[in-house]
Each structure stands twice: as C-alpha cells, then as structure tokens.
Design a protein. Structure first.
Length: 112
C-alpha cells in the first residue's frame, strides 16, 4: 500500500523528531492449537437462507487464520471465506470441520 495515501489529511510538522503514526495495531501472536477454544456452528443469517458452517474464536495472525480456513475448505471439498476473524464454510459440515480441527490439534473445539 502506498504510504502517501495514509498521510493525505496530515498537517506538516516542523519538529525534527516527529514520526508519523498510522494507528496500526499489532496483530496478536498465534496461540498454540491446544490453547485455543474454537466454536463451530451452523448459520443461515445474512446468506439468503443458505446454510454455512462458521468457526469463531481463533486467536492469532490473520495469515494463520487464512491458512486454517484454506485447510478446512480443502478438507471439506467446498468453498468458503475468511472474514472478520471467522471462517465460513459453505454448507452444513459441522461434524467434518470439528474432526479436522481435532486432527490439527485444536482439542478445545466445541460444536454448537
């Protein structure tokens, strides 16, 4: 991303020690799988009545969440996405997703 776009509304400073703060928040480190508590449930809200399996509760970097989402989609053989800290798998695959998470070491997985 271009750095100058973040500074469009900034006023010039004459302070030689001034450093511009973009307000970026550092991502949390990814917890070990056995320390994470993930919740898996079936959802239809906001999806035009279509069923989706949702996984929430992941604590860690967005890259690791996307990698986990990719593995779950591949394991179920369906599509899906990773949005706003949750993994969305198309269709009702709660049992399969729970089994895949336990296989990967996420022992505190709860099917709701």
């Amino acid at each position: 991303m271009a750095d100058w776009k973040e500074r469009l509304g900034m006023v010039y400073s004459t302070n030689p020690d001034f450093t511009y703060d973009c307000g970026e928040v550092a991502e949390e480190e990814t917890l070990a799988p056995e320390k994470q508590t993930l919740r898996v449930w079936r959802d239809t809200k906001g999806r035009g009545g279509k069923v989706a399996t949702v996984v929430r509760g992941f604590v860690g970097k967005s890259d690791d969440l996307e990698a986990l989402g990719r593995d779950l989609k591949r394991g179920c053989g369906v599509g899906g996405s990773v949005k706003e800290g949750e993994i969305i798998i198309q269709g009702d695959h709660r049992d399969r997703v729970t089994a895949l998470l336990i296989q990967k070491g996420y022992t505190q997985t709860k099917k709701v």
